[in-house]
Design a binder for this molecule. Sequence first.
Ligand SMILES: [Zn+2]
Length: 166
Amino acid sequence: MAVLPICIAPDPVLRKKAKRVRSVDGSIHKLIGDMIETMHAAPGVGLAAPQVGIPLRVIVIGIPEQEEITLINPEIVRRRGERVVNEGCLSVPGYIGELKRAESVTVKGRDQNGKEIRIKAEELLAQALEHEIDHINGVLYTDRLESKDDLRKIEPEETEAEEKEL
Ligand SMILES: [Zn+2]
């Protein structure tokens, strides 16, 4: 496994609609391993393949003290409720934004073995799933801010902001 460089906005790969994975083969397993290592090294709680320059529909999520989740070709099938969250992105370093996300989401996709899975999520996991699925559609959280005033610079001493980087 290897730590890959993270693409930073306005890199055009972040704006492409990523392609579906047709078969979960060795190259996809290698990509997933590298993405998990890159996410932990950043550190971040989620990463989408376009953030490491690969325009494929693959995401990984690693919330502290929870098992890592890998999803291939994920789709949100249901969104419920609305809440205001703080969010940052490894591809938009140094900033944090306030925006609305769902209270809960249901996502379907395939796991790292190609098996179909469905996840119902709340709180940070729901937020991370929405954020990473936005990435594979070429969307950044900054697109979802109601106004520019909702984006602010992270202060150097603000270490908990790291927990919000996706
Ligand atoms: Zn991001």
